[in-house]
Design a protein around this ligand. Structure first.
Ligand code: SF4
Length: 369
């Protein structure tokens, strides 16, 4: 089928197939993709509004034994720069967020070799008792898998215990490319595709808020990217059908390749990374292909403000969050290394410059304030 026909069908609300997505990916002009994606977005979400979240990222530890090739954030156990934040330290960061009018924390860390599940449970209790208005979204499917292995428990048991201690959402980190051909190469010690999807399936069935992510630029092919999207779409169909709680949003970005990570130091360095056009193409294709997702988030931390604004005309309807601090992608020289936070005023300015009305939301995309 021709590009025009596929785009026409997608705009009418028809689902496009894997092969059709490949055709769009490889043959459609970027502007045409963006226009259709934007029209779909205007139909699906409030056409005048772009949402954002006031939150804080907290990385409770940088100690990790998983050594992903693209990661510049982790330190091996015993390294002089290795840290584990105390509960009090984390609490102080949450207090700053409360003063900012924030509504949630996003807390993630490395795969620490000895922190027991009780450490995570006590942390969640400590925070939820002291800061009851703050929603705690924390960990990721790969952290849940790591804790389960350490403890000899199932991932579902770990999720249930963390929820009982105050966990409200499981962010979609660690997805990178959901295809084992790529995962085996860039993160051989990390959970495979089925594991990531399996933990998300359980989290959704338990009622947690979840998001889906994707990182491009690992030397993957277009078919790997579309397969990733297809796996998300299938799980979303299943979760919405069985219990009505699927991913709240899809959040794509590009791999940050630098001298600070193994991929950036490799002799194949030129094969890695992805430019702005590729990023915008992915945003548009995801809006068109993921017909069962309501929200697509633009990524200012990795793309910078200008491209994030542009993404709002390529299918994205959300500007992400203030973050207050960012340590993971910053470690590989992302935009956030120079600008680790964005004020609410800045976010409003960017959304207005793009022609929309800014509205603050919570994790589940309900308008607040
Ligand atoms: S991406 Fe996560 S799991 Fe991989 S090395 Fe970095 S901290 Fe560890």
């Amino acid at each position: 089928m021709s590009v025009d026909k596929i785009l026409h069908r997608a705009e009418r609300g028809e689902r496009i197939s894997f092969e059709e997505a490949l055709t769009l990916y490889t043959q459609a002009p970027l502007d045409a993709l963006g226009e259709v994606a934007h029209r779909i977005r205007l139909r699906k979400t409030d056409p005048q509004v772009v949402t954002y979240l006031v939150d804080r990222n907290i990385n409770y530890t940088n100690v990790c034994i998983t050594n992903c090739q693209f990661c510049a954030f982790y330190r091996p156990p015993g390294h002089p720069e290795a840290y584990v934040l105390s509960y009090e330290d984390i609490g102080r960061r949450v207090e700053e967020l409360v003063a900012w009018g924030g509504t949630r924390i996003l807390m993630q860390g490395g795969h620490h070799p000895t922190l027991p599940l009780t450490w995570y449970e006590a942390l969640l209790r400590y925070l939820s008792e002291r800061y009851p208005t703050i929603e705690i979204d924390a960990f990721s499917p790969s952290e849940i898998d790591h804790i389960a292995r350490l403890e000899g428990l199932t991932t579902r048991e770990v999720l249930e215990r963390l929820m009982a201690a105050g966990l409200r959402g499981l962010p979609g980190g660690g997805a990178e490319i959901l295809d084992d051909e790529i995962r085996r190469r860039i993160s051989p010690k990390k959970q495979r595709t089925a594991g990531w999807l399996g933990v998300m399936r359980e989290a959704q069935a338990l009622g947690l808020a979840t998001s889906a992510t994707m990182v491009i630029g690992f030397g993957e092919g277009v078919h790997h990217r579309v397969r990733h999207l297809q796996r998300l779409r299938e799980l979303q169909d299943e979760s919405l059908r069985t219990h009505g709680n699927g991913f709240t949003a899809f959040i794509p970005w590009t791999a940050q390749i630098s001298q600070a990570n193994s991929l950036g130091r490799s002799r194949f360095r030129d094969r890695y990374g992805a430019g702005y056009d590729e990023y915008l193409r992915l945003v548009a294709i995801s809006r068109i292909f993921l017909d069962n997702f309501d929200h697509i988030q633009a990524s200012w931390p990795t793309q910078g403000e200008e491209i994030a604004r542009k993404a709002l005309h390529f299918g994205a309807d959300d500007f992400g969050s203030t973050m207050l601090e960012e340590n993971v992608v910053s470690a590989a020289s992302a935009f956030t290394a120079r600008k680790p936070r964005m004020s609410v005023e800045d976010i409003h300015r960017h959304i207005r410059m793009a022609g929309f009305i800014p509205r603050q939301r919570d994790t589940r995309y309900r308008i607040v304030g």
